[in-house]
Structure formats: structure tokens, C-alpha cells
Design a protein around this ligand. Structure first.
Ligand code: BJW
Length: 230
């Protein structure tokens, strides 16, 4: 007999924000058709050509502020507000659409566009403007040390202890709008399964790890997520 569902972990990826007009990474027409990932999303790229990297993130930081949450973000925020058990939304997205929809129990494992990280004093500050003009850190005043607060390839994603703790307690793991191409997030389904959770994938197409899920539903997040939540 399946165990009752009390604790839920939901992993989201770029597909959940696609219908808000934010490009995904690996789909045709996605962001990285125009930029080689090694040129912009690694610490080595930032050392090699900081202007290219800062300009790339300045452009996207400006763009996300013109976007709005969609029906999938709204449904997940509703679930967060109403679910009486434990619930954690782990997003790989660096936009702020989950929180703008009202989600509270949320971890940004790959960082946040609207934060700047000072590598001189290790302080994170809210940031809506540009970084290309080398502004001073609001905390320590040092100039030239702010970088986007984004987890690049080869860097450690954030709050992994909390995430694995939640995965190990989960009765249900749901993955929404992610291709399953990037680790460690791509391994969460196996971690949750190993703890006995039921697993459900909601994605436009089968992801690279689809076969690990008990059930996989295909379609747009704005249709699949509200249908699942309600
Ligand atoms: C829709 C839809 C709609 C579209 N509705 N769906 C070899 C093997 C294994 C691992 C490695 C390896 N070599 C290197 C690694 C590690 C590396 C990695 O995974 N590399 C892979 C390329 C193999 N990972 C790392 O380096 C990570 N750090 C790390 O591993 O540290 C060590 C560690 C180990 C163990 C535990 C803990 C730590 C760091 C990864 C950082 C990822 N950063 C990025 C870039 C951020 C900067 C930026 O934004 O510019 O984060 S990569 C990029 O991919 C971004 C995303 O968050 C991430 C995931 O992408 P996502 O969200 O899945 O998007 P897409 O585009 O791939 O997919 C969208 C999906 O939506 C598609 O399936 C569509 O069909 C669907 N869709 N419209 C529903 N309307």
C-alpha cells in the first residue's frame, strides 16, 4: 500500500518560467544557442573575459524584471501556502518568479539574478542594476569585487544539506520543467526514490532522467502544474 503523502519536494527548472517569456537553456532557440556555456557560465570564463560575462548577466537581470509569474508559479505558491505538511520548492532558476508568486518555502540552489556577491567581504546584496560599470560593494565599499550571485559550472550549489535532508524525508518528489542535464539536481529523483518517495515528472518532453520517475506527464507547465496541484 502506498504510504500517505505528508512531505513534498518540488524541483523546478527553466521550463517553469518559459511561458513567462524567460528563455530556457537547452531548447531550440534557448539561451545557449547564442552563447557557449564555457564562455559565460564558469569561474574560468569570468577570469578570462569579465566584461563578456558581466554584460551577459546584466542583460538577463534587466530582462527578468519585465517578466511576471505564470499559472505554474501561482499554483506552486498556492500549494506552499496551503499544504499542512513539510514542503520545499528547490528551484534551479535564478529568476525571482516563484517568490513574486508568493512561494515562501523556497531554495535557489543555483543562486539569484537579483543578488550581487562581493568576493572581497563575502556579502550578498540585493541588486537590480548593472555590474559592468564595476560599482562598489554596498557592504565593504571595495570596488571591482562584485559578481553575479550565480552558481557556475564547477561551483557548489547552495544549501545542499537542507535539500538532501528534505529529499530523504520526502513522500513525494515532483520535477517540473527541467531537462535533467545538470548535476547534482539531475540526481535528486534517485535520492528521493531511494528514500521511498513517489516520483512524478511534469515537463514538455521526457527529460534525460524520465525513466527514473514513477510517472511522467508531458505538456506545458501552465497546464500540468495547476492540474496537478488542484
Ligand atoms: C518546459 C516548457 C514548458 C520547456 N513547460 N516544460 C559529468 C557527469 C556528471 C556531472 C558532471 C560531469 N561533468 C561536470 C559535472 C558537474 C556539472 C554538470 O552537471 N555538468 C553537466 C553539463 C554534465 N555540475 C556542476 O558543476 C554543478 N556543481 C557541482 O556539481 O558541484 C559539485 C557537487 C557534487 C555533488 C553534490 C554537490 C555538489 C553546478 C551546476 C551549475 C549550473 N548552473 C547553470 C547556469 C547558471 C548560470 C546562468 O543562468 O547563466 O544553471 S547551468 C543551467 O542549467 C542553469 C540551470 O539551472 C541548469 C538546469 O537547466 P534546466 O533548468 O533543466 O533548463 P533546460 O533548458 O536544460 O531544460 C528546460 C526543460 O524545460 C526542457 O526539458 C524542456 O522540454 C522543458 N520545457 N518549456 C514545461 N512551457
Amino acid at each position: 500500500m502506498p504510504r500517505p503523502i505528508k512531505n513534498i519536494v518540488i524541483l523546478t527548472g527553466a521550463g517553469v518560467s518559459a511561458e513567462s517569456g524567460i528563455d530556457t537553456f537547452r531548447d531550440a532557440g534557448g539561451l545557449w544557442e547564442q552563447h557557449r556555456v564555457e564562455d559565460v557560465a564558469t569561474p574560468e570564463a569570468f577570469v578570462r573575459d569579465p566584461d563578456l560575462v558581466l554584460r551577459f548577466y546584466d542583460m538577463r537581470r534587466e530582462a527578468i524584471q519585465t517578466k511576471a509569474p505564470n499559472a505554474a508559479h501561482d499554483a506552486l505558491a498556492r500549494l506552499d501556502a496551503e499544504w499542512p505538511g513539510e514542503l520545499l520548492i528547490v528551484t534551479q532558476n535564478i529568476d525571482d518568479l516563484h517568490e513574486r508568486a508568493g512561494a515562501k518555502r523556497l531554495i535557489h540552489m543555483h543562486g539569484e539574478h537579483l543578488n550581487a556577491w562581493c568576493t572581497a567581504c563575502d556579502t550578498r546584496s540585493q541588486w537590480t542594476g548593472s555590474l559592468i560599470d564595476r560599482p562598489a560593494c554596498p557592504a565593504c565599499g571595495m570596488v571591482g569585487y562584485l559578481r553575479p550571485d550565480i552558481v557556475w559550472f564547477g561551483e557548489m550549489p547552495y544549501q545542499m544539506d537542507e535539500i538532501y535532508h528534505a529529499l530523504n524525508r520526502a513522500d513525494l518528489f515532483v520535477s517540473v520543467g527541467t531537462s535533467g542535464a545538470v548535476y547534482p539536481a539531475a540526481g535528486f529523483v534517485r535520492e528521493a526514490r531511494a528514500s521511498g518517495a513517489r516520483t512524478l515528472e511534469l515537463n514538455m518532453e521526457p527529460s534525460q532522467g524520465s525513466h527514473w520517475f514513477d510517472e511522467a506527464r508531458q505538456g506545458p507547465a501552465t497546464r500540468l502544474v495547476p492540474a496537478w496541484v488542484d
